[in-house]
Design a protein around this ligand. Structure first.
Ligand SMILES: Cc1ncc(COP(=O)(O)O)c(C=O)c1O
Length: 353
């Protein structure tokens, strides 16, 4: 089976498993897990942020970022397609108690002018939600791993400073953006109030995200992590998996990006597949198939039956995500399943007519 649904399906390698098994552990609820503390210190150093908190998942990191920088009833401005809104707006409302003000951009990039429009989209006297936090994403999952431009991040940050707002960066795939742009992790961090990264995406660890920010903000996040049942105990083995991934897998993301471009170029050449390979910036490829041949649903099901798992991202839009340890040979096989699938479905359609 070739699984291109997501980079969250990556399996820990034998070396990572062995490293995790020997990790020293302690009770992290008391702050005594040596492996967790080492990973948090490593991230503080890498990102040059004052404090870091190891949490279960990207969703928990984002939730804690929101809870520690807003009050129930406050408004968060974000882009419609960003994970915090698209997937996570219901729990954000139910648990963090915030009101989302999602702005639909044409290209997935939330700019100063969009935020200004969102800020002025309603009256702001006391009956209304008060905007408190801006949330952006890099790379942008819903836009095929597009990179959020650094100069726009700087500009959005400047706006939040002018308006007394806070800025959260959901960096579930920030390592991909960093590798692709060469911009230092600490430069990204400098222009955010809170920043989260995931170890369980392209880095290939089985568990965990890091939320970073000032000590004062993270003290609140630490408290809310407990409230949400995230006060785990001997979690050092998981932290060791994340530490191992940081040390050994980070540079490999370049290979994922190269293979994503390779896949996109090959797919682009198949009649019936529509995509522009020039839009592939990191490890995600999105494409559509000619509706006259097959609807995307039956096409994805057909591929699964042939041993290729793809993800139907939005109606009609299919996603393929490259993750370790993918090879050109496996992608050639994926391409041939896609190519023969389109031919078969086209012929089936003709026979039925
Ligand atoms: C941009 C982004 N943020 C957050 C998450 C949530 O991460 P997790 O699945 O670890 O909760 C994802 C998951 O794919 C994501 O793509």
């Amino acid at each position: 089976m070739i699984d291109l649904r997501s980079d969250t399906v990556t399996q820990p390698s034998d070396a990572m498993r062995a490293y995790m098994a020997q990790a020293p552990v302690g009770d992290d609820a008391y702050g005594e897990d040596e492996s967790v503390n080492r990973l948090q210190d490593e991230c503080k150093q890498l990102f040059q942020m004052e404090d870091a908190l190891f949490v279960t998942s990207g969703m928990m990191a984002n939730r804690l970022a929101f809870m520690s920088q807003t009050m129930p009833g406050d408004e968060v401005i974000t882009e419609y397609s960003y994970h915090v809104n698209f997937f996570d707006s219901a729990p954000m409302a139910a648990i963090a108690g915030v009101v989302m003000n999602p702005y639909r951009t044409k290209d997935g990039i939330l700019r100063r002018s969009d935020i200004e429009q969102a800020l002025h989209s309603k009256q702001r006297y006391c009956a209304f939600a008060q905007p408190r936090l801006i949330s952006i994403e890099n790379s942008i999952n819903g836009w095929a791993g597009k990179i959020f431009p650094f100069e726009i991040l700087q500009d959005v940050h400047a706006l939040t400073q002018e308006k007394g707002l806070r800025l959260h960066l959901d960096g579930a795939r920030l390592f991909n953006a960093h590798l692709s742009t060469g911009i230092a992790l600490q430069d990204y961090a400098r222009y955010t109030d809170t920043l989260s990264v995931c170890f369980s995406k392209g880095l290939g660890a089985p568990y965990g995200s890091m939320l970073m920010g000032s000590r004062c903000t993270l003290d609140k996040a630490r408290r809310y992590r407990l409230w949400l049942g995230g006060g785990v105990h001997q979690i050092g083995m998981q932290a060791a998996g994340a530490y191992y991934a940081l040390q050994h897998h980070l540079a490999h993301l370049e290979t994922d990006h190269r293979l994503a471009r390779y896949l996109a170029k090959r797919l682009q050449a198949i009649p019936g597949v529509c995509l522009n390979s020039a839009t592939v910036e990191t490890n995600i490829v999105q494409f559509t198939v000619d509706r006259a041949i097959a609807d995307a649903d039956s096409f994805v099901q057909y591929c699964a039956a042939q041993g290729l798992l793809l993800f139907l991202w939005l109606p009609g839009i299919i996603r393929a995500v490259i993750h370790r340890p993918m090879t050109e040979q496996a992608l050639d096989q994926a391409v041939s399943i896609i190519e023969s699938g389109l031919k078969d479905l086209k012929n089936n359609g003709k026979n039925q007519n």
